[in-house]
Design a protein around this ligand. Structure first.
Ligand SMILES: Cc1cc2nc3c(=O)[nH]c(=O)nc-3n(C[C@H](O)[C@H](O)[C@H](O)COP(=O)(O)OP(=O)(O)OC[C@H]3O[C@@H](n4cnc5c(N)ncnc54)[C@H](O)[C@@H]3O)c2cc1C
Length: 396
């Protein structure tokens, strides 16, 4: 009997005991049964097609050594590291935290891929959970450039063949990951809010679908499996500066003509940067406040007193009360502060999707049946304007 297999390794590396590999057709090979082969299938190292019950029940003679089966050892979980102002971005640290758990479930290494003009980051990356850091260091990589980054990462992925590659769903991640996916001819799940590993060692990617009314679970047939992941969703591991890891320098032949953009000048945005994803306290206002005047009078004042950032529901944003950069929710930011105060917000599923992982949720709403109370730790049924006004007076 012969069994049709999908082998993740190049044909030349395939060596399963003494099993003879007969032919290869676009990633599939046919191989004769051996005990090693059957064990490899059972262990999930090799995928198969068709009914293999009869060969799993059979007891073929042992023809070779199990050591010869090239296991998934090289199939790492990779995190694309973003840096800004000489620091690793928070979403990259969050991905290292979740990536660690995924790699442990798979029994593989967690690696980071870092592109930089000067590597001041590798030790920190290891201290946040990575076993290995692939560093592409080049003076030319001072600023992000779509084409050059896509070229360098595609090169590294082709060379080291990771099983999973995760990017933050940031401006850079959203720009870069689809281009890399196209070059590798693999899939990409954008804007994931959950990641797990299935019984078959696949990456289970969860993301909101159909206007947030459904959480879709997505598997990718091709390799590597790639996702962008929303900032603020995953937990950062405590830093452990004693952790040991390996730093691998990767040489990519980059030249000036790989860079398609030139930065002539960097201008600071006139707008105040809203850092909701990193805020410890958020005071968020919704349509229940009634008017822009009420929003402006109460929400910034309470935020100032508490040292908080200002958040908002989409209804408040759409009413023109506050800039879109303050919007929390499915089409806004995903936040995970220590305290989230929802003022006059109904708690629609699209809003909850962005804030329900907050440590402590306090809600003020005049309707006792409002959805927000389902996720609130403390709920106050009250007129929000009176309530916040009294609270401000108390705090002052
Ligand atoms: C594809 C899609 C994406 C979306 N993305 C987002 C998103 O990212 N973020 C988001 O927030 N929404 C999003 N929405 C919109 C979402 O469905 C809701 O419409 C929105 O969150 C409602 O905002 P709100 O709670 O401020 O307003 P409302 O739903 O109108 O709720 C106002 C609440 O205030 C209470 N209230 C009224 N007056 C008072 C008062 N005087 N005192 C106390 N309470 C009072 C009411 O009881 C009510 O519960 C999205 C919708 C879609 C379809």
């Amino acid at each position: 009997m012969r069994v049709k297999l999908s082998i993740n390794y190049p044909f030349a590396e395939l060596n399963i005991g003494n099993a003879s590999v007969i032919k290869r057709e676009s990633g599939w090979v046919e191989a004769e049964e051996t005990k090693e082969l059957i064990e490899a299938i059972k262990d999930g190292y090799i995928e198969h097609e068709g009914n293999i019950d009869s060969i799993l029940d059979s007891n073929p003679e042992d023809k070779g050594s199990k050591e010869n089966i090239k296991k998934k050892e090289g199939k790492e979980v990779w995190i694309f590291i973003e840096t800004s102002k000489n620091a690793i971005s928070r979403v990259s640290l969050e991905l290292l935290g979740r990536g660690r758990e995924l790699a442990d479930k798979l029994g593989v290494k967690l690696a980071a891929i870092l592109l930089t003009d000067k590597d001041n980051y590798s030790k920190d990356i290891i201290s946040y959970g990575a076993d290995r850091v692939y560093v592409i260091e080049d003076m030319l990589l001072e600023n992000y450039d779509t084409a050059a980054y896509a070229k360098a990462i595609t090169y590294a992925i082709n060379k080291y063949n990771p099983d999973i590659v995760l990017y933050g769903a940031t401006h850079i991640g959203r720009d870069l990951a689809p281009r890399v996916a196209r070059r590798l001819d693999t899939g990409l799940t954008a804007d994931c809010t959950g990641l797990d590993i299935t019984d078959k060692c696949e990456l289970l990617q969860t993301r909101p679908a159909f206007g947030g009314n459904l959480m879709a679970q997505i598997l990718c047939k091709k390799r590597p499996q790639m996702s962008t992941v929303r900032p603020g969703v995953m937990h950062i591991l405590p830093q452990d500066s004693k952790r040991k890891g390996e730093i691998v320098r990767v040489d990519v032949n980059l030249s000036a003509k790989d860079f398609k953009t030139k930065i002539k000048e960097k201008l600071k945005s006139a707008k105040k940067v809203v850092n909701l994803e990193e805020a410890e306290i958020i005071v968020s206002g919704g349509r229940g406040l009634g008017t822009k005047e009420n929003f402006d009078k109460l929400i910034p004042a309470l935020a100032l007193l508490l040292g908080a950032e200002i958040g908002a529901s989409r209804a408040a944003v759409d009413s023109g009360w506050v800039d879109k950069t303050h919007q929390v929710g499915q089409t806004g930011k995903t936040v995970r502060p220590k305290v989230y105060i929802a003022c006059g917000i109904s708690g629609a599923i699209q809003h909850r999707a962005g804030m329900q992982s907050s440590d402590l949720i306090i809600a003020i709403n005049k309707d006792p049946t409002a959805e927000i109370f389902k996720v609130a730790d403390y709920g106050f049924v009250a007129d929000v304007n009176d309530f916040v006004e009294s609270l401000l007076n108390e705090l002052k």
